[in-house]
Each structure stands twice: as C-alpha cells, then as structure tokens.
Design a protein around this ligand. Structure first.
Ligand code: SF4
Ligand code: SF4
Length: 312
C-alpha cells in the first residue's frame, strides 16, 4: 500500500513510475518489501525499461526495525553512502547507525506506542509513504493526499481520512529533511549481469496438478520448488534445541530425527524464519541456484570417482 500511494503521488507529480510488491515465501510473518522506481520526463514520453528489483536504492524505508537484525531479509541490500535510510523505530538514529555501521544518512521515523501483541500494531503504509514523499522533495502534500484518495477510496471515507492524517503527520515529521534524497547516477543496462537460466524439474501431471478436492494430498505438492533461498543447518553450531526451529517453521518442514533437526527441502518454502530465530545462528542461507549447482557438482564428482553422493 505504501508503494502504491508513493507511486501514485509521484505519477501525479509528473513522473513515470513503476511500483511493485514482493511477498516472498507465502506465509504470514515473512519479510515483504515493495519498490518504487520513478523517472523524470513523463511529458516527453520517457519510459522505464528496467523491470527487476532495485539493486541500488536511493531511499530505503524500513517499516519494521526487527528486520534489520535478520541478514536474510536483505533490508539494506544495495545501499551505498548516498542512500538515505529511514527506519520506523523507537530507538535513536545514533543507536542504529552504530549497530549497522552505516556511513550514509540514517533517519528515524518515530514509531507509535508499545503494543503487547504485534498483531495490534497499526497499519503504517500511509505513514511510510508520507515520510518518503517528504524526503524525496518532489511531491507536494496535495499530490500525496490525492494519491491516498485514489488508492484507498474503495475502503471508505473513514479509512481515507485516517490514512490522510497519518501520511500528513509523517510528511510534517520529516519536513526538516525535505528533499534529502538525491537521484542516484544512471546505470547503463549493459552493466547488468543477465540472470542465469534456472532449470525447473517437471513433475508428472498427477503430482504437479493434484485434485484440490481430494483429501490429504498437500504433501504431494513440492512447495520447496518456490524457494529462492535455502536454509542450511551447520550441525557443528547446532545446540539441538530442536523445539525452537521445528516449532517456528510455519510449514512444518523441520522434522526431528533423534535429537537432530532435519529440513525437508521438498516442502521448505525458504521463508527464512528458522534463520532468524535459531539461537546460536546455526542456520545460514544460500541462494537456491547455488545450492543446486553444488548438488549437481557433487553428483558429477561422485559419478566420476564411483562414490555414492550421499557418502561425500
Ligand atoms: S534452533 Fe538452531 S540450534 Fe536449535 S536445533 Fe534448530 S538449528 Fe539447531
Ligand atoms: S525450514 Fe526454515 S526456511 Fe524452510 S519453511 Fe521452515 S522456517 Fe521457512
């Protein structure tokens, strides 16, 4: 919602815009992010041809500061000393600057009051959009409220009024820093590495498209194919507190064999919850394509010297 409001506000301010959410692994509580990319020159018909995620952000808004402690969430991926980082937090900018060892500008968007249950946290999409709009310095408050009217109108007058108020308050809270975000240098398309081709295994139709009305067949659906990051347990670091990772895994993809946690990669969606909660940080993450390349290499080496890959 924040990215839609910000994108529409930029569009209403004369920019060509793209905004896109990425929900990651399909589960409640997994990190989500969305991006907004804007180019001047809409009136001259300028288009944005880049379609992927943003690799070098000029502004990062962190709506939930607990994500900063989880490397797998990639919250600060691609930032450089020119990137402005805005964190919704109850802690100070100095505290976060010190913790993250950041060279660039870090600002705090003061978070609301404590809640006992995180489910009771207020929606802060409009707040983030309002603060970002002010920091960009190219959006007038009127364009922001128009964007909220357009995007949230279907939710009713009460929702629109509340979000208008939140966005305006955040805009005002950032007024001392208005326009602090600078436009990053243009990156020629030829400087991007094209992504590698990913082979997806093809399942038999009876497995790939199970009858959704039949009972107890979810185990046949290999949701592990959705994974882009693979959690890997380092058993040398593992403290065998299996009730932690096996309980928190939202897909019940961590079984316990003896006293040892074992990940079921056919059904692990790669949400990275286990990486975040493992007390001794015994679970790391590697890109799925890299994990598959290594597996393939192990199989080929096994075939070459006649050993069973499982023994290697
Ligand atoms: S939570 Fe971490 S340390 Fe505990 S059993 Fe799971 S992998 Fe091992
Ligand atoms: S094993 Fe870890 S990454 Fe995989 S689904 Fe469970 S919590 Fe998520």
């Amino acid at each position: 919602m924040a990215s839609r409001v910000l994108g529409t506000a930029l569009f209403r301010s004369g920019f060509t815009v793209q905004d896109a959410p990425k929900y990651g692994a399909e589960r409640r509580g997994a990190p989500i992010f969305s991006t907004v990319r804007a180019a001047r020159g809409a009136s001259e018909g300028e288009t944005i041809n880049e379609r992927g995620i943003i690799h070098r952000p000029d502004l990062v808004v962190v709506a939930d500061d607990t994500l900063l402690a989880i490397p797998a969430a990639g919250t600060l991926q691609g930032i450089d000393p020119d990137t402005v980082v805005l964190v919704n937090s109850r802690e100070s900018a100095d505290t976060w600057r010190h913790r993250l060892n950041l060279q660039g500008e870090l600002l705090i968007l003061p978070a609301g009051s404590e809640v006992e249950d995180r489910a009771d946290l207020p929606h802060i999409g409009a707040t983030c959009a309002g603060a970002a709009a002010c920091l960009l310095g190219v959006i007038e408050p009127e364009a922001l409220t128009t964007a909220i009217d357009e995007e949230l109108g279907p939710l009713g007058e009460e929702a629109v009024a509340e979000n208008r108020e939140n966005a305006s308050a955040a805009f005002e809270a950032m007024i001392a820093h208005r326009g602090i975000v600078t436009e990053g240098a243009a990156v020629p398309a030829k400087d991007y590495e094209p992504p590698a081709w990913v082979e997806l295994p093809v399942d038999d139709a009876s497995i790939a498209a199970p009858d959704i009305r039949a009972a107890a067949n979810s185990v046949q659906v290999r949701t592990g194919l959705w994974r882009t990051l693979r959690p890997v347990i380092d058993y040398d670091l593992c403290g065998k507190c299996w009730w932690v990772c096996s309980t928190f895994c939202p897909d019940s993809a961590i079984a316990v064999e003896g006293d040892k946690p074992v990940i079921d990669y056919d059904h692990c969606k790669g949400c990275m919850v286990c990486v975040g909660i493992c007390p001794p940080h015994a679970i790391g993450s590697i890109p799925e394509y890299l994990a598959q390349q290594r597996e393939q290499q192990t199989i080929e080496e096994g075939e070459a010297d006649g050993t069973d890959p499982a023994d290697r």
